[in-house]
Design a protein around this ligand. Structure first.
Ligand code: SF4
Length: 354
């Protein structure tokens, strides 16, 4: 059973609200050099088409900062600058017009520097995400806790948040990322009880598209089901568009958001009268551009087929060799040939959404 969503403070990243009653939003991060503006903008546009709502870009040097105004100007979504080590880059990114900053408490430098960043961000009206990463925790905390434990991560985030709050800065978001699921879940559970900051969820360095998807779905899924989390990012060693697709599937599977075509397909067995696997995969690929939420059931035979097909917006259920029943909105429309499955399903879905 889903737990009621945790009450969190409202912040805005450009036009996107996070926390409070705002929908949980999907973020991703570009992975091309930030000073290659053409590639960054192309990638951000591809991310937007997949449903990404906030884009983060790394700002490792002066060249990256100089690229920001053009990126921000052409981006269809808010842009967050990811800053490590150099507070001057954070100040320059704010000047360039970013919609949010992500800094890491372990490596941004002295309290004075953090205060300067907080003051500038406050004046610009943008939020700061404190992005604690198990791999870069402050030394004293590592010594105190004997390693990058969930408690150490929480203390790091709250210490940093206190510095920002002491400067009168309140637009704070927090993330606590470890590469193992159990530590991450534990850290978020702990911090969720200790503050009202909106929380950005993710399993960092989760791995390749296959393992990373599973780890992220488990970790982010557990927390969301417990009512924890306001924005999410699935980290994959893959095209970031995949991160967005996985992020949406996690939210959709918990009924937290709806977007695009959800294919409900059976695992197939000896009763299947057509190639459900090939048809389902091709339908998912062909209909990836549809934004309207829609269920499409593709079922191999008459055992469970008609039931699922009736519950979907469009249903295709095998009957006997070469034949299937086509359903729309719960009604059986006609009997069709399974040879034309892909074309018939695509056409029926597109008619419904146009
Ligand atoms: Fe097998 Fe039919 Fe169930 Fe598909 S719907 S798994 S083909 S019994």
């Amino acid at each position: 059973m889903m737990t009621k969503r945790r009450k969190s403070r409202e912040i805005f990243i450009g036009k996107i609200g996070a926390g409070a009653t705002h929908p949980i939003s999907v973020q991703s991060m570009t992975n091309v050099p930030t000073d290659d503006t053409k590639s960054v903008i192309n990638q951000i546009c591809r991310l937007a088409s997949a449903g990404c709502e906030i884009a983060r870009v790394s700002v490792p040097d002066k060249n990256a900062v100089e690229a920001l105004p053009e990126i921000i100007g052409k981006s269809p979504m808010p842009v967050i600058a990811d800053i490590h080590f150099d507070y001057r880059l954070a100040l320059a990114a704010i000047d360039a017009g970013v919609h949010g900053l992500r800094i890491n408490p372990g490596n941004i430098g002295s309290r004075k520097r953090v205060e300067m960043v907080a003051k500038a961000a406050g004046e610009a009206g943008i939020p700061i995400r404190i992005g604690v990463n198990a791999g870069s925790l402050e030394k004293p905390l590592l010594e105190k806790y004997g390693g990058p434990t969930p408690r150490a991560m929480v203390e790091s985030a709250l210490n940093q948040a206190r510095i920002l709050e002491d400067c009168g800065f309140r637009a704070i978001k927090v993330s606590l990322k470890a590469s193992d699921v159990t530590s991450t879940v534990e850290a978020y559970r702990l911090i969720a009880k200790k503050c009202d900051y909106p929380l950005h969820l993710g399993i960092t360095e989760a791995g390749t598209a296959f393992t990373g998807t599973i780890k992220s779905a488990v970790g982010i899924g557990i927390l969301l089901a417990e009512g924890i989390g306001d924005t999410i990012r699935v980290s994959l060693s893959a095209d970031p568009v995949e991160e967005v697709r996985v992020g949406w599937e996690i939210l959709k599977s918990l009924g937290l958001r709806s977007r695009g075509v959800s294919v409900i397909s059976c695992p197939t067995c000896a009763r299947s009268v057509f190639d459900v696997v090939a048809v389902s995969m091709e339908i998912e690929r062909r209909l990836a551009d549809i934004v309207a939420p829609l269920k499409v059931a593709i079922m191999g035979c008459a055992v469970n087929g008609p039931g699922e097909a009736k519950l979907a917006d469009v249903g295709f259920a095998g009957l006997k060799k070469g034949k299937a029943a086509l359903y729309t909105k719960g009604k059986r429309i006609r009997t069709v040939s399974t040879n034309d499955a892909i074309e018939i399903i695509e056409e029926t879905v597109r008619k419904l959404v146009c």
